[in-house]
Design a protein around this ligand. Structure first.
Ligand SMILES: *Cc1c(COP(=O)(O)O)cnc(C)c1O
Length: 496
């Protein structure tokens, strides 16, 4: 157990880290060579002899935090990882300290209670019925269910496994049914195709959904595809819709897709890892219109809900589907017991699981849901403001009008390699951090506005630097790019 003076040292170091980050005084990211960093952290010596306390701890923290990426830096406009809320950070700390394996109710009742509470809160936001308390009867079996997992990718796997169990309950015992296919847009996150790989269905089970030129699913084409697949003897295990997609942050038209899936009796899974948080925003909620028609949804709290990593929800409209997703026995854990709570363990890939609900709850409970919704609204509106700035700029090109807090753009007259080179040089300046993405067959620079402190001046600074670097790019990177073919390939968004 660290002595209390070590807690003080950590607190002081983190406060300094925060102040420097907010003031933009230190590099937003610092990508130092691995060997050099390990040496400066004195890793080998500390592992052999211990003694990470007092001044040694101070030294270590200085190096560690000096090389850490700063999510609180206003120039952080890169990945879709939340700028952690102080309430959530405390939640993470309390959770680490108590270390309750709450997947079994009796091993962490308070953590499980909060997971139950935030799941029910999320179900209600979607428009699904919350889970009754054990023993409570509502006179109906129509209610949802959910579980928190360590990240959206695991949530994706869990949701797709649930859809598969629903489509064919024999797969768990007998292995895959080769007729099962999943329909998803090309712009889907790579965790969709990875889940199919892990589930042993292979990439051949993936059918690309018809999309418009901007990469959004096209409902009429979807209906035709579903009929064609049925005629070919395939069985559609799930249609995956994005709300929103990773690369450009666009929402698929859920209402129309939901209507088609409902009438064709096909499982609709919505990937809302990033964009389901817009359910809290009064002005952007309509992007998710029709979401209640879906059968399952994933929703990351560690993205737009400012919860420290990781905390992702798998939600289903019908509780029975999730309860049957993993039909497995582990007699020492999963036996019938008379207890006043719920074991989440039968729904997760994880056995031991952290108190993820506590982290998320402490963000919600610090801010209140209205304020958190205003944060989402603010970041989404800010992206539109930045898009306007880009559209009117003579040297910049906007990929598509944003629907979330993600903006893709290019410096004009520079080819794909040149855009990557511009990003490399921008990162070298250490004042701004952006990502890039392939979208519609071309390479784009990409802002993601997660940090509530990022303002127009920070964006302007990044743009000015990019344009300055563009001046010195060699001539071979300055040719006008040829438009690539955006229609081929499999889901490929590997940005976050
Ligand atoms: C980030 C993201 C994921 C993956 O979530 P992780 O928590 O990073 O594993 C899946 N889908 C979409 C649309 C995402 O934006």
């Amino acid at each position: 157990m660290p002595v209390s003076s070590d807690f003080d040292r950590v607190e002081k170091a983190l406060n300094r880290f925060l102040e420097e980050s907010l003031a933009g005084e230190r590099p937003v990211i610092s990508v130092r060579p691995l060997g050099e960093l390990l040496e400066e952290l004195r890793v080998d010596e500390l592992i052999s002899h211990g003694g990470l306390t007092d001044e040694r701890l101070d030294e270590f923290l200085q190096t560690y935090l000096g090389a850490a990426s700063r999510m609180q830096h206003p120039g952080m406009m890169g990945h879709q990882v939340g700028c952690p809320h102080p309430g959530g950070v405390l939640g993470g700390f309390i959770d680490a300290f108590t270390n309750n394996p709450m997947n079994i109710y009796e091993m962490g009742a308070s953590a499980a209670a909060l997971e139950f509470a935030v799941i029910n809160w999320m179900l209600k936001k979607v428009g699904w019925f919350p889970v009754p308390l054990p023993g409570e009867s509502r006179g109906t079996d129509h209610f949802g269910a959910g579980v928190l997992t360590h990240g959206g990718s695991l949530a994706q796997l869990t949701a797709l496994a649930t859809a598969r169990s629903y489509a064919d309950c024999t797969v768990w015992e007998q292995g895959n049914n080769p007729d099962l296919v999943v329909v998803a847009p090309k712009e889907s996150h790579y965790s969709v195709s990875r889940a199919l790989g892990l589930m042993g269905m292979g990439q051949q089970a993936l059918r690309l959904a018809p999309c418009d030129r901007q990469g959004r699913m096209e409902p009429k084409g979807l209906r035709r595809l579903l009929h064609r697949l049925e005629n070919d003897g395939s069985e559609v295990m799930a249609v995956v819709a994005n709300a929103c997609n990773t690369a450009a942050g666009l929402y698929d038209p859920l209402d129309e897709i939901g209507e088609i899936c409902n009438s064709e009796q096909v499982w609709l899974h919505v990937d809302g890892a990033h964009g389901a948080s817009a359910l809290l925003s009064r002005s952007h909620r309509q992007r998710l219109k029709g979401i209640e028609r879906a059968n399952s949804l994933i929703w990351d709290a560690h993205k737009m809900m400012r919860t420290p990593g990781l905390c992702a929800a798998v939600l289903v409209k019908d509780h029975r589907t999730l309860e049957h997703s993993f039909a497995q026995q582990a007699s020492y854990l999963l036996h019938d017991k008379d207890q006043p709570g719920i074991d989440f363990i039968s729904r997760t890939v994880e056995c031991t699981k952290a108190g993820l609900g506590l982290r998320f709850f402490m963000v919600l409970a610090s801010e209140g849901e209205a304020a958190l919704g205003e944060y989402v609204t603010g970041r989404y509106d800010f992206a539109t403001q930045v898009a306007d700035l880009i559209t009117t700029h003579p040297r910049l090109e906007l990929a598509v009008a944003p629907q979330a807090n993600i903006v893709c753009f290019r410096v004009k007259d520079i080819d794909d390699k040149g855009q990557l080179e511009l990003r490399r040089q921008l990162i070298g300046d250490a004042q701004s951090y952006v990502t890039t993405t392939l979208y519609a067959g071309r390479r784009w620079l990409r802002f993601t506005f997660m940090n509530p402190d990022t303002g127009l001046l920070d964006v302007q600074k990044a743009i000015d630097s990019l344009l300055q670097h563009a001046e010195t790019l060699p001539a071979d990177k300055r040719t006008e790019p040829t438009k690539g073919n955006g229609d081929a390939g499999s889901p490929s968004s590997r940005d976050d």
